[in-house]
Ligand binder design. Structure first.
Ligand code: GDP
Ligand code: MG
Length: 298
């Protein structure tokens, strides 16, 4: 059966007080369940996760992009924009009761050169008259041509259904990465392993069975360096699968690592160091028996 599930990442940006948090709370509240990732100091960029029957959306927080001082230097801008390339959709929230300020303008201009899909939200429409929105829409569409603009009220929930539909439509096909009932340190390991497993399966096509397992053994955080070290194993069933995963001169495992790292850096908002070994399961089982035998001898 064809998989029609969608999975993707969305960034919500905008200056302070435009209603980003209000919107996020509205978007992620659902009967299915909300995940509030455990509060983490520097590295967790997941602001919220919304799971529908047919789609799962991870809202990512871009630190530095919702602070009043948007005057980032060139280097910081480049970094932030790189982050936006990795998401599937960027949502810029504006307060329609206010004139477009210099910071809003800077964001709009930055988005101009960004290839990632973007939406502009004109929030707080409950506070103004309908006819007052039109000039604002005109002004924005002159800066950002062909970008969808949604007048909404995050507080009252106006037009949010339509917005949610369009967000879902913008997401690529993909398996859910998060189980809405579980968010613990243990699941953090699980998510990491799932991300790596997904990269393996995508890259090796049908050459390795879906039964391959990724085990994360240890996570080390080095806060001062904004670094997360991940150690683990890829378990394959047979010796013959090992060279497929490793590839010619290690090219495959390198690519798996590179892709997994990119996604993990986006999710956790820190540098990722990944050390993964490929192991054959059968041997592991044999070893286990051996260990058992030895211990029984004693
Ligand atoms: P953030 O700084 O962008 O995260 O903004 P918040 O979500 O904290 O909202 C700032 C203020 O605007 C709060 O007092 C909200 O209640 C209010 N607010 C947000 N959305 C709306 C809206 O659609 N209509 C109205 N009237 N107020 C809103
Ligand atoms: Mg906020």
């Amino acid at each position: 059966m064809e998989n029609k599930k969608k999975f993707g990442y969305v960034s919500i940006i905008g200056v302070t007080n435009v209603g980003k948090t209000t919107l996020l709370n509205q978007l992620v509240k659902s009967k299915v369940g909300i995940i509030s990732p455990k509060p983490q100091t520097t590295r967790n960029r997941i602001a919220g996760i919304k799971t529908y029957e047919d789609a799962q959306i991870v809202f990512i927080d871009h630190p530095g992009y919702h602070i009043p001082k948007f005057n980032l230097n060139k280097e910081m801008q480049k970094k932030a924009l790189k982050g936006f390339k990795e998401v599937d959709l960027v949502i810029l929230v504006l307060d329609c009761t206010k004139k477009i300020g210099p910071l809003d303008m800077e964001m709009l201009n930055n988005l101009k050169n960004l290839k990632t899909k973007k939406f502009i939200l004109l929030n707080k429409i409950d506070l103004i008259k309908k006819e007052e929105i039109l000039p604002l829409i005109k002004e924005i569409s002159e800066i950002l041509k062909e970008t969808e603009i949604f007048p909404i009220s995050a507080l009252k929930g106006t037009n949010l259904d339509k917005l949610e539909e369009e967000i879902k439509k913008s997401m690529p096909l993909g398996e859910f990465m998060f189980d809405e009932n579980k968010w613990t340190t243990q699941s953090e390991k699980f998510y990491i392993s799932e991300i790596i497993r997904e990269k393996i399966l995508n890259l090796t096509k049908d050459e390795v069975p879906h039964s391959i397992a990724v085990e994360i053994e240890k996570i080390e955080e080095i806060k001062e360096r904004n670094l997360m070290k991940i150690f683990g194993f890829i378990w394959v069933e047979k010796d013959s699968q090992k060279p497929i995963i490793i590839g010619k001169n290690g090219s495959m495992i390198k690519e798996i690592g590179k892709r997994a790292r990119e996604e993990l850096e986006l999710l956790f908002g820190c540098k990722i160091y990944l050390e993964i070994y490929v192991k054959v399961k059968e041997k592991w089982r044999e070893n286990l028996n051996l260990i058992k035998q030895i211990s029984e001898d004693f």
